[in-house]
Design a protein around this ligand. Structure first.
Ligand SMILES: [Zn+2]
Length: 360
């Protein structure tokens, strides 16, 4: 007697798991959906009913209907198989089915800072991250001062950290955290891990976290992700927070893209004021910050290799206009294009001459 292969309709499984499908136009085989594993909001998850496979083009997660169910409900493949087989209509009543459409309001800055501060203190900085930062000119003291930590990829350690954190804090509405179908707190996780970079305001409060990916996902330029849990049950989305580092009483500041770059370059230039926007198009919060700090002049230092990209150019013009409107003088700073980022340039410079800021 031979056992027949149990076939489950992967589309049915996906729907019952609460996965949001893209309105389908005709095909009965191929479907697009929001990936539940990577905070995807643009339907990167492909579902093929004929092959009984799913595959996310954003985070690379893939599998069949059994492993889809297992990953979402946090059970083994065998348990997933059994519950799919047992229940023709596998009783989603028994388990909490996430409501993807309701968004949880984001928590206050004070709450976010408290949670992120304790969270980072529970984490470690792996050796390869330490080495990488050292290679970019940071001392171990600086790494700890900036609270850089490695994303916990080890499941047991991660569970420990999340349980400790959940005991002390309510994590609902804190970007990056959510509640799974079994009622346990989980965190947003990308596939290959990376390093947490805190995004701080002028007082040093942690507004949110970014992850510097160990392996960029789409292009080499795509190295940073927000620690965000929008579309996850009880999660919240990150906002385009601006990072501030260095002497906040200074009336001149360097405007750059990316918090880690700003941290490193500020250190290498003896604590100059750096204001880092998350991207050239993410300048929503900038005017308010410029006003509150009373900055009168910006030295703008975006990455050299982006300057020739027409989309970036357009965004830069918008940025300059905005600074103009609020009466801030700006100067575009150019440096040797062999150095991609301003931090690379400063590091090379500080190595060969005694660090001297090229601005002013
Ligand atoms: Zn994904």
């Amino acid at each position: 007697m031979c056992r027949e292969y149990e076939h489950f309709d992967i589309l049915e499984v996906a729907v019952k798991c609460g996965i949001k499908l893209y309105p389908n136009k005709g095909s009965k085989v191929e479907f697009k959906a929001r990936c539940p594993f990577c905070g995807d909001s643009s339907y990167h998850l492909g579902i093929n009913r004929q092959k009984e496979r799913f595959n996310c083009f954003r985070c690379g997660e893939s599998g069949n209907s059994v492993s889809l169910y297992a990953k979402i409900y946090g059970v083994s493949n065998k348990e997933a198989f059994d519950s799919l087989k047992e229940n023709e209509d596998f009783q989603p009543k028994q388990i909490y089915v996430p409501k993807m459409q309701t968004e949880t309001p984001i928590r206050s800055l004070a709450d976010r800072h408290d949670v992120y501060y304790d969270f980072l203190n529970l984490l470690r900085l792996n050796e390869h991250h330490r080495d990488g930062l050292e290679g970019r000119g940071l001392s171990v003291n600086h790494m700890f001062q900036f609270m850089y930590r490695s994303v916990p990829m080890d499941g047991v350690f991660r569970r420990e950290v999340l349980d400790k954190l959940a005991k002390k804090h309510d994590l609902i509405g804190i970007p990056g955290f959510y509640v799974d179908v079994c009622g346990r707190v989980q965190m947003y996780l990308n596939k290959y891990g990376g390093m947490f970079v805190p995004i701080c305001d002028s007082q040093g409060y942690i507004q949110g976290l970014q992850i510097r990916l160990d392996i960029p996902e789409n292009s080499k330029e795509d190295k940073f992700r927000w620690f965000s849990s929008r579309y996850f049950p009880f999660g919240a989305g990150a906002k385009p927070w601006v990072h501030i580092v260095g002497d906040t009483t200074a009336k001149e500041a360097v405007l750059t893209e990316g918090a880690m770059k700003a941290d490193i370059t500020s250190v290498l230039s003896d604590g100059k004021l750096f204001i880092a926007i998350p991207g050239v198009n993410a300048i929503e919060y900038l005017p308010e910050i410029v006003r509150s700090l009373g900055v009168k002049k910006f030295y703008e230092m975006m990455d050299m290799d982006k300057r020739w990209n027409p989309n970036v150019r357009r965004a830069m013009i918008k940025l300059h206009d905005m600074l103009d409107d609020i009466g801030v003088e700006y100067e575009e700073c150019l440096w040797n294009p062999n150095y991609k980022g301003i931090d690379d340039y400063f590091y090379a410079k500080s190595k060969y001459m005694k660090s001297e800021l090229l601005v002013a």
